[in-house]
Design a protein around this ligand. Structure first.
Ligand code: MG
Length: 264
């Protein structure tokens, strides 16, 4: 990748997602190699995930013990960068707007249900036009992208552990249709001040497994190799990413995952 292209990519992210033309597809980006693979971070020569047609979103009502983060009515459970939540709510739908949407509650091991869609008719190309993301603990991104008929570097596809691991398959429904994610996340475990077990995640999109107990290399990075910090919180808020695109959301709930044999 030449310097201009690198600048364009960085600019794309900083500017919040200007369409760049199937961004990164087919391009070796000159970023660090991902350990244990022949590929680099955001490697456009990595195999594209196989496309799977699905029945679309699997909408699940919040169970009785869930913490409902968005039921179509209010953003009481959220802030925007610590200030009153400023994303838009209309007709039961939450629409992304400038700033990061941050849950007031913090979570460790957690089950997340979330539904999202990229509005129909919106111009989408590569990472541009249809991009958001769910950051577990505010640190680990599961990518949201309009990936139906839209190629990009595989570790930036919908459901990718961004910059690390592409989804097993591309299960993204057509643009304009609702998508569902079920996410089961476990934070990293530190013992005696050292990483003992990396964070891991299971992701199901529209009823199809994208990752199963897949380890994160560390908190999400752009164009860099993710590694674990020396210290790590046990809990963190859920973040929804603003990437310049009015991605829509509905029915967001979480359940902290408890241990076995706990008193009820
Ligand atoms: Mg994203």
């Amino acid at each position: 990748m030449n310097t201009m292209r690198r600048m364009a990519m960085a600019g794309c992210l900083l500017a919040g997602g200007v369409a760049m033309g199937a961004e990164g597809f087919g391009i070796k980006p000159g970023t660090p190699e991902l350990p244990g693979t022949p590929w680099q971070v955001h490697d456009g020569t990595r195999p594209q995930p196989r496309v799977v047609e699905t029945g679309g979103a699997v909408s699940v009502k919040a169970p009785g013990d869930a913490k409902v983060l968005f039921d179509g009515s209010s953003l009481d459970a959220w802030t925007t960068d610590g200030k009153p939540a400023s994303w838009l709510v209309k007709d039961g739908i939450l629409t992304a707007a400038p700033g990061t949407l941050i849950s007031k509650d913090e979570f460790g091991p957690v089950q997340v249900h979330i539904e999202w869609r990229v509005p129909a008719g919106r111009k989408v190309d590569g990472q541009g036009g249809g991009n958001s993301g769910i950051f577990l603990m505010g640190l680990y991104e599961v990518q949201i992208l309009q990936s139906n008929g839209n190629k990009t570097y595989p570790d930036g596809t919908a459901g990718a552990l961004y910059g690390q691991t592409p989804p097993l398959v591309n299960a993204t429904a057509p643009q304009g249709e609702w998508q569902s994610y079920e996410i089961l996340f476990h934070p990293p475990v530190y013992k005696d001040g050292k990483l003992a077990e990396p964070a891991w995640v299971t992701v199901i999109q529209n009823g199809v497994v994208l990752h199963h107990a897949r380890k994160f290399l560390g908190p999400t990075k752009f164009r860099q190799l993710a590694t674990y910090p020396d210290q790590h919180p046990e809990k963190g808020p859920l973040h929804l990413q603003w990437h310049g695109d009015p991605i829509e959301f509905r029915n967001i709930w979480v359940r902290p995952i408890g241990g076995y044999d706990e008193e009820g």
